[in-house]
Design a protein around this ligand. Structure first.
Ligand SMILES: [Zn+2]
Length: 450
């Protein structure tokens, strides 16, 4: 594999740095272009009047995104994170304090004048979370304090590089900040790396490599050599203790600290950062954060920044390319297509759709007005479960299922079929039916931690 680094201008934000990687030819052809599929499958689009780099999500794309967001929030809740909301704007002074204004302003939107103040579309969530931490006093007993948010941030990308969901100006970031003691920082960073590995396994995403991103030459990095050395050593220790091989690369760090980048490759063979783990001594200083230690004195916490799936835009783009639109059932825009053979079975078909919706399943009716049964089956080829209702099924209340992978289980009572589908969706199973050997990830992915 040939790796050529393209040094990107400006400091780093999660999920936004690209390098080019040449892949094995078989791998290049196996993946899809999310921009092409996104339009063909009605997942997302853009409009010149909304502007370049500002895609909107159509209902099917929004359904995928919603399922992904709920998955991530669940993973985070179980791992002890608490979720917050904070505004996507802040006063210019906030970013002066965080250091973004002096180190990152070329990637930021220009400030807006508002009632004698200047407000800025935020370039990251960190300053808001630092303020949330600072708003209450904290005892060492509360640490580590894990604050998570799926929140909006903005990046003034040049118009020439914009495209699809991967180069956008409005970003929804799966972000979190862990405020902890110095002694806890390595464990927290390691746990975050494990969460990333678990999520990649569940989602079928394959990490092509891990990168330890260090500062490079020039003035875009905070000048504090001892701080950089300490944070870099901690991250290297985390990678080593997790048994993860990595490359150290200069010039890819965030302006305030080094980071572990988890790299993926898109359908065109381009490498990009999806997930990150960072250790930050800088912003706790800038925001004068503290906690009260067992000695009753004030101590400085460490900030661990981490993103499991990076930006929602990049994550969904990647999932589109990995699965070619044939998402695992739990992520699929439509999970059950209900196909009455003729108008005579419409009442039963409508009832089945209602039963699906009551179970929390995403279901659609494709009646005879949409064409022959064969045409409707082909039209629903990416839907994991097709429920065909013919005259016999309508009479005895059974459903003949066709699975997307071509299997046709024996017809079973409708309630039983739906319960089995709902159980697989709830478990986020990768296989479509209870059949050993079908439960491997349907994507080409594997664990990020390998
Ligand atoms: Zn952050």
């Amino acid at each position: 594999m040939t790796v050529v680094f393209v040094r990107s201008p400006g400091a780093s934000a999660p999920g936004l740095r690209r390098v080019r990687t040449r892949l094995h030819p078989r791998e290049e052809t196996a993946m899809h272009d999310h921009r092409k599929l996104g339009r063909e499958l009605d997942l997302f689009d853009t409009d010149p009047l909304m502007g370049a780099g500002l895609p909107y999500w159509l209902p099917d794309g929004a359904a995928v995104r919603h399922a992904l967001e709920e998955y991530v929030r669940g993973v985070e809740r179980r791992a002890g994170y608490r979720h917050v909301y904070s505004p996507a704007l802040g006063k210019r002074e906030l970013y002066e304090l965080s250091g973004h204004w002096s180190h990152y302003s070329e990637d930021m939107f220009p400030p807006m004048e508002l009632g004698g103040e200047e407000v800025v579309l935020r370039p990251s969530l960190c300053p808001h979370h630092a303020l949330i931490y600072r708003s209450r006093s904290h005892s060492y007993r509360e640490l580590p304090l894990r604050i998570a948010e799926l929140g909006g941030m903005y990046r003034a990308e040049r118009s020439g590089v914009l495209g699809g969901l991967t180069r956008v100006r409005a970003i929804q970031l799966n972000d979190a900040h862990i405020f902890c003691t110095l002694d806890q920082a390595a464990d927290e960073a390691r746990a975050a790396l494990e969460l990333i590995g678990q999520a990649y396994t569940a989602l079928g995403i394959r990490a092509v490599r891990h990168r330890l991103s260090l500062p490079g030459a020039g003035g875009k990095y905070v000048a504090d050599p001892a701080m950089w050395e300490r944070a870099s050593a901690l991250l290297a220790e985390v990678l080593d203790s997790a048994g993860i091989t990595y490359e150290a690369v200069e010039g890819e760090a965030a302006f305030y600290g080094p980071k572990i980048d988890v790299q993926i490759v898109d359908g065109a063979g381009r490498e990009a950062t999806l997930s990150t783990v960072q250790i930050d001594f800088h912003q706790p200083e800038r925001f004068d954060l503290h906690y009260i230690g067992p000695d009753g004195a004030r101590h400085r916490p460490v900030m661990v920044h981490r993103s499991i799936i990076g930006s929602v835009e990049r994550a969904v783009a990647h999932l589109i390319e990995v699965y070619g639109g044939a998402f695992p059932a739990w992520l699929a825009p439509v999970q059950v297509a209900v196909l009455p053979v003729s108008d005579a079975q419409l009442p039963q078909a409508e009832e089945l759709v209602r039963d699906c919706l009551d179970l929390g399943l995403r279901a659609e009716l494709a009646g005879p007005e949409h064409g022959t049964l064969g045409a409707r089956v082909r039209g629903a080829r990416l839907v994991p479960y097709q429920a065909v209702i013919g005259p016999e099924e309508a009479v005895d209340g059974r459903v003949a299922l066709r699975l997307r992978d071509g299997r046709r289980p024996e017809p079973v009572p409708a309630a039983e079929a739906l319960a089995r589908i709902a159980a697989r969706v709830d478990a986020r199973a990768t296989g479509l039916w209870e059949d050993p050997g079908q439960d491997r990830p349907t994507g080409r992915g594997s664990s990020a931690g390998s």
